[in-house]
Design a protein around this ligand. Structure first.
Ligand code: MG
Length: 384
């Protein structure tokens, strides 16, 4: 038989490297379920996430610009889709499991409050006497317990590998709490100082690449940062000069898009090259070897420095722009006033939240789940 017809068809599964997460070797779900006839475990997780209520809410949650400020700015939903796209491209090239990467990417921001980081900071402040609020841990709470879809269990009952990827950072205190509830579970690696799977590491970096790139775009669109300011950022300017060299008449939006496109694609190749080199050096034979190794999905040192410079620029020029800070002050006020209102009068929440025994956590979960516009409406109703 010729090689062409005799070889098994290359599928995502056969293209998997030994160090990838293999669905058949999964550490499984918290509640045993029969396998689906045609979908692997990670594919099924991805599908469960897409059908969840929390996922639909992402469309009305702020990334940087408040949802009502313009229709073209990224929301948590479009951000998550961009992370999934970058993640899948990288996963395919590195022999990692694309479905798992997609599941983690689509779920990574499910626990975000309304109004972006301002909302999270305000909620964390309100919750500080009661164990605090952390959006990453909240994403895990959403998929583990807050979604109500299935008759036999709370949450989405996702695989260990997907949950491991969703919990990208965790304080020692929270890790200890998770460990008590689930010994050897997703909290354990923070106590043992181990790494997550390569799929999880990859999503983490894809997240950074996605927001750096789209925040430049949104920042310029909003008028809060300019192309001239961006010329001081080495990474951006390198590609801008190359584009203008090739297309001297190009300006405005197309110049911006082409510069971002080249920057992003070079970052993808940079991650591929340095990750391949690290994989060769550490030679993990399986995912548990990966967990015991140092972080393996990384930028080259040069790209790391350039990306960090860009992040600093965005922090100072965009995220801390007076106009952004003005809206974040308002958002903080909305979240903390909502918190106080529900604490004083739990019956203003739907019954299933009001009747929970841990009131502060119930209030926190309820507020964290809100979209920007629902929070705004509720705030107007309760403070009228
Ligand atoms: Mg993100």
């Amino acid at each position: 038989m010729s090689a062409l017809f005799g070889e098994p068809v290359a599928t995502a599964a056969t293209g998997l490297a030994a160090y990838a997460c293999h669905p058949h070797a999964s550490r499984g779900r918290r509640f045993a379920e029969p396998e689906a006839p045609t979908r692997n475990l990670f594919q099924r997780d991805r599908d469960r996430i897409v059908h969840s209520t929390a996922f639909r809410r992402l469309v009305y949650k702020t990334q940087v610009f408040l949802n009502h400020e313009g229709d073209l700015f990224r929301t948590r939903l479009t951000h998550s889709l961009e992370v999934a796209q970058l993640g899948r491209s990288l996963a395919r090239a590195l022999g990692l499991h694309e479905d798992l990467v997609e599941a983690i990417a689509l779920a990574h921001d499910l626990g975000h409050t309304p109004f972006g980081h301002a909302g999270q900071d305000a909620l964390n402040e309100c919750m500080s006497p009661y164990g605090g609020f952390e959006h990453n841990l909240q994403s895990l709470r959403v998929v583990d317990s807050l979604e109500e879809r299935y008759p036999q269990f709370d949450g989405l009952n996702l695989c260990f590998e997907t949950r491991e990827g969703i919990l990208k950072h965790c304080s020692q205190r929270n890790a200890q709490m998770l460990e008590e509830a689930e010994p050897g579970g997703v909290g354990a690696r923070f106590l043992q100082r181990q790494q997550p799977s390569l799929e999880a590491q990859l999503c983490n970096l894809a997240d950074e690449m996605a927001y750096n790139a789209h925040d430049i775009d949104d920042g310029v669109r909003s008028g809060l940062i300019t192309l001239e300011q961006l010329q001081e950022v080495v990474l951006f300017n390198t590609y801008r000069l190359r584009v203008q060299d090739e297309f001297p008449k190009l300006s405005g939006r197309r110049l911006l898009y082409e510069t971002i496109r080249r920057m992003l694609s070079d970052q993808v190749y940079d991650v591929m090259d340095s990750t391949r080199a690290l994989l060769q050096e550490h030679a993990p034979a399986c995912v548990d070897d990966v967990r015991r190794s140092p972080p393996l999905v990384r930028f080259s040192p040069g790209m790391r420095a350039a990306s960090t410079e860009l992040k600093h620029f965005l922090l100072h020029s965009l995220y801390r722009h007076p106009q952004v800070l003005q809206t974040t002050d308002w958002a903080r006020q909305v979240v903390s006033e909502l918190f106080n209102a529900y604490m004083n009068k739990p019956q203003d929440m739907p019954e299933r939240h009001a009747k929970r025994s841990n009131l502060p956590r119930a209030v926190s979960d309820y507020i964290a789940g809100m979209t920007d516009r629902f929070a705004t409406k509720e705030h107007a109703r309760l403070t009228a």
